[in-house]
Design a protein around this ligand. Structure first.
Ligand code: OSB
Ligand code: MG
Length: 371
């Protein structure tokens, strides 16, 4: 396989409602979309999850664009025989920049899968035809608004809800949701918002309200703080931002700081790295699940394929298209099915059609590189 051209679009989509986390509020999502075309006329898509500002991790759209157009894509176009695995190996000479690397690898996997007539799921070794999913609910203007919003998601069929929390938005909203929905599977995610000293308080409100999982309460490097919480907790302590590669996962396992792994291809440098981390976690009896970054249908399709691996044993943060955007970039849109699940597309590659018309309408900038 040889890549003939690479087009990088910067796209902006309006979210159906603002998404607030401990980092801040997002009303729109701006992201990069990569389209690769092979010399035999096939195409492959990858979505970059870096945001405008480096709030979730140190990467941003600007840094990802610079690495993509300055290094990864020129190198790719100069390579006579490319595979996702070879790209991954060649990219290791550059440190970090995992979201940028994951974008290229995702598009190459889409291409490689299509060239064999396989789905991305089959390429990755996935076995499931449907994947169980939940919904991540942002910080709301009031507790009443949160209870209402969770009720709507439940009515839509979501069985598992993850509430975004932060100091000042935790015990009260979590208690209100638990009272309103006694049998709901309830997770929380703090995106590193608490100091390690907050562990005992978190433990108390989480236990009192039957929270099954607490995600990334402490800063990325605070492995000991997560280990201390995990030692005293009846709930799972999930790591997201803390795990970016093999060694950070090994350190977390050794310290017993992790009882659930959020797998995001962007955070760990690609789908192949994400699969490897989930396999490693499974050997340590730590369950994995596929996280989300408010992706459009392109990135979400890759997430659904990744979630089809049997190692992903907990419901993913992969919701239906209408939970994120009025108009998605792909057809058909993702819709919630029986048992709080999404169907794994069966067609070649990502298995959904990218709308060039909508891509053109919502893009703010574009650049094409050719061999
Ligand atoms: O921490 O899981 C997170 C969105 C943006 C950045 C970080 C996170 C999230 C989510 C959204 O929780 C999950 C989704 O895409 O539905
Ligand atoms: Mg998270």
């Amino acid at each position: 396989m040889r890549v003939r051209s690479a087009r990088l679009d910067e796209v902006e989509l309006d979210l159906v409602e603002p998404f607030e986390t401990s980092f801040g509020v997002e009303k729109k999502r701006r992201f990069l979309v990569l389209r690769l075309e092979s010399t035999d006329g096939l195409e492959g898509f990858g979505e970059c999850v870096a945001a405008v500002d480096p709030l979730y991790s140190s990467e941003s759209i600007a840094s990802a664009r610079a690495m993509l157009t300055g290094r990864f894509l020129p190198n790719l176009l100069a390579t006579p025989e490319v595979t996702p695995e070879r790209f991954r190996a060649a990219a290791t000479q550059f440190r970090g920049n995992r979201m940028a690397k994951a974008t290229v690898e995702a598009a190459l996997i889409d291409l490689a899968a299509r060239s064999r007539g396989w789905s991305v799921s089959r390429f990755l070794g996935g076995r499931r035809r449907r994947v169980e999913v939940g919904v991540s609910v942002g910080i709301q203007p009031s507790v009443a608004a949160l209870v209402r919003r969770v009720g709507e998601y439940r009515a839509a069929g979501y069985r598992r809800v993850k509430l975004k929390v932060r100091p000042g938005w935790d015990a009260d909203p979590v208690r209100a949701v638990r009272r309103a929905y006694p049998d709901l599977e309830l997770w929380v995610d703090a995106n590193q918002a608490y100091p390690p000293s907050a562990g005992e308080r978190i433990r108390r409100w989480a236990v009192a309200n039957g929270v099954a999982q607490v995600e990334q309460p402490f800063p990325e490097r605070a492995i000991r703080a997560h280990a201390l919480l995990a030692r005293r907790a009846p709930f799972r302590v999930c790591l997201d931002e803390s795990v970016v590669d093999e060694s950070s996962l090994e350190d977390a396992l050794t310290a017993r700081a992790i009882s659930s792994l959020n797998v995001k291809a962007g955070r760990v440098g690609g789908l192949l790295a994400g699969r490897a981390l989930a396999l490693r976690a499974a050997r340590a009896r730590v369950p994995s699940w596929v996280g989300g970054m408010l992706e459009s249908g392109i990135g979400r399709a890759h997430n659904v394929h990744l979630a089809s691996l049997t190692e992903m044993t907990l419901p993913g943060d992969i919701s239906a298209s209408d939970r994120y955007y009025l108009e998605d970039l792909v057809d058909p849109p993702f819709v919630l099915g029986p048992g709080s699940s999404l169907e794994v597309p069966r067609g070649p590659g990502i298995g959904v059609e990218v709308s060039e018309r909508r891509l053109r309408r919502y893009r703010r900038a574009t650049k094409t590189l050719r061999r």
